[in-house]
Design a protein around this ligand. Structure first.
Ligand code: OGA
Ligand code: MN
Length: 301
């Protein structure tokens, strides 16, 4: 598909995800180009821009901002020596401490980052969750460390009508306490207060396309009105359904790749690699949905 602006989107998977050609995202983009990228995000939910050279901090922030509003800062888990990156608007998705030293086995930032290997939607633990995330690859280890994406619209579509009917109005609670807690991470009193669970609809409706999608995440740990074992069993069942191979695109990183995904309609997870041996440096900018997801959830037909 090539539109009049010279953009081309080549599908990478039968269900979703495409590679975008014909735009230099290191330059400022026009509102028309931004609108075309937004339209492609509505369709593909994951877009890959392969450039060979990582964006600078300023370029990545400018590109992301041309598609919406950046998320406000949230409690960060940093290496013992503090932040590595020069700009708080970037999330440091790496196994590195300041000075690019590999984090020690026990470092809390390393242990938190391991949680990215569970299927999740970014910031689903915030009342106002994330819209797009844009992740740019600076250093990639020789093996492993792919990122997988799953299409939550396809997952909804493929549920049987009875299940759709049973779950369509359910409300879940999300918190980092549930996701990182499942890995055995302990929290301070302040973190327990900061990470208080927030409510999210289990089924979302996309504001432009009207398509429904499952809103699942490793951060989801309760269903309002359901006993805990029943809630966890249902969330586990739905997550297994939603992450079947046919709904999953696996991205093999090259340095300079920027992958952007819509957290409203996808989940993602990192895959393991030898993180005590090889550096891996990716940097993320994140756009906010701008309003609580609960406000977008409408009665489904
Ligand atoms: C993220 C994330 C997975 C990865 O950047 O939000 O979950 O493979 N990344 O690093
Ligand atoms: Mn993530």
């Amino acid at each position: 598909m090539r539109n009049t602006l010279g953009l081309t989107f080549t599908p990478l998977h039968p269900v979703f995800a495409a590679e975008c050609f014909g735009v230099d995202i290191s330059e400022a983009i026009s509102p028309a180009i931004a609108a075309a990228i937004d339209d492609a995000m509505d369709q593909y939910a994951v877009l890959v821009f392969r450039r060979g050279t990582p964006l600078t901090t300023e370029q990545q922030i400018r590109f992301t901002k041309s598609l919406g509003e950046l998320e406000p800062p949230y409690t960060k888990i940093e290496a013992e020596e503090g932040a590595r990156l020069d700009n708080p608007l970037l999330s440091d998705i790496s196994n590195l401490a300041p000075g690019d030293r590999i984090l020690s086995r026990e470092d809390r930032k390393r242990l938190f980052t391991l949680g990215n290997q569970m299927w999740h939607s970014d910031s689903s633990y915030k009342t106002v969750p994330a819209k797009y995330s844009a992740l740019c690859a600076h250093v990639i280890p020789p093996t492993g460390s792919d990122t997988e994406f799953a299409d939550m619209r396809a997952a909804w579509d493929m549920l049987d009508p009875g299940t759709k009917d049973q779950i369509k109005d359910l409300v879940t609670e999300h918190s980092r306490i549930f996701s990182k807690g499942a890995l055995g991470i302990q929290f301070t009193e302040k973190e327990l207060r900061d990470f208080a669970p927030v409510r999210q609809p289990l089924v979302r409706t996309h504001p432009h396309t009207g398509r429904h999608s499952l809103f699942l995440s490793s951060h989801a740990g309760r269903i309002v009105g359901r006993p805990l074992p029943e809630a966890l069993m249902l969330l586990r069942e739905l997550t297994e359904h939603a992450t079947q191979r046919e709904f999953v695109y696996r991205h093999k990183w090259r340095v300079g790749d920027l992958v952007m995904w819509d957290n409203r309609v996808t989940m993602h997870r990192g895959r393991p690699y030898e993180d005590m041996k090889y550096p891996r440096d990716l940097r993320r900018t994140t756009l906010t949905c701008g309003a609580p997801a609960m406000e977008y959830s409408q009665a489904l037909q």
